[in-house]
Design a protein around this ligand. Sequence first.
Ligand code: GNR
Ligand code: NI
Length: 172
Amino acid sequence: MAVKTILTEPNKLLRQVSLPVEKVGNEEKQLMDDMLETMYEAKGIGLAAIQIGIPKRIIVMDIGSKKKEPMYFINPVIKNKNSEHSTYEEGCLSVPNQFAEVDRPSTCEVEFLDYNGNKKILKASGLLATCIQHEMDHLEGILFIDYLSKLKKMMIVKKLSKQKDKVDRIIV
Ligand code: GNR
Ligand code: NI
């Protein structure tokens, strides 16, 4: 297992649409292990493969509070979205230290393959529903800041760009 670097906005790769996984083999399992370790190290509750630069439709999550409860989603598809919405203060490891309220369907059903390649269906509500929808957006190249007003989004991207320039100057 290995901790990978998490890409941050602005980065073109984060806008790429991820491709379906053909078969859940050793390479995919290795990737999921690395993703989980990277997510835990960054203290996140979810991570999509594209966040470490790999455009595959793979997500790992752990919203457990006490013990580790890892979840793996391969080729996830949302089946039923509730017409009732709820708002949640979201953050993203690819948009560091920025938070904003996002409105999404309050519950949903997700069909996916698990770590062993078995087909599963999950009914999600609360934080789980929010997180899975946030992660599935990553598979389409969408970030939570895309739902904010143009002005709010611009301010966040500008801040992050400045932060990146600073880091580059220190390294160079
Ligand atoms: O760690 C994360 N927390 C979070 C909080 C509210 C809504 C969504 C998330 S997902 C985020 C990790 C991440 O960026 N996943 O893509
Ligand atoms: Ni995210």
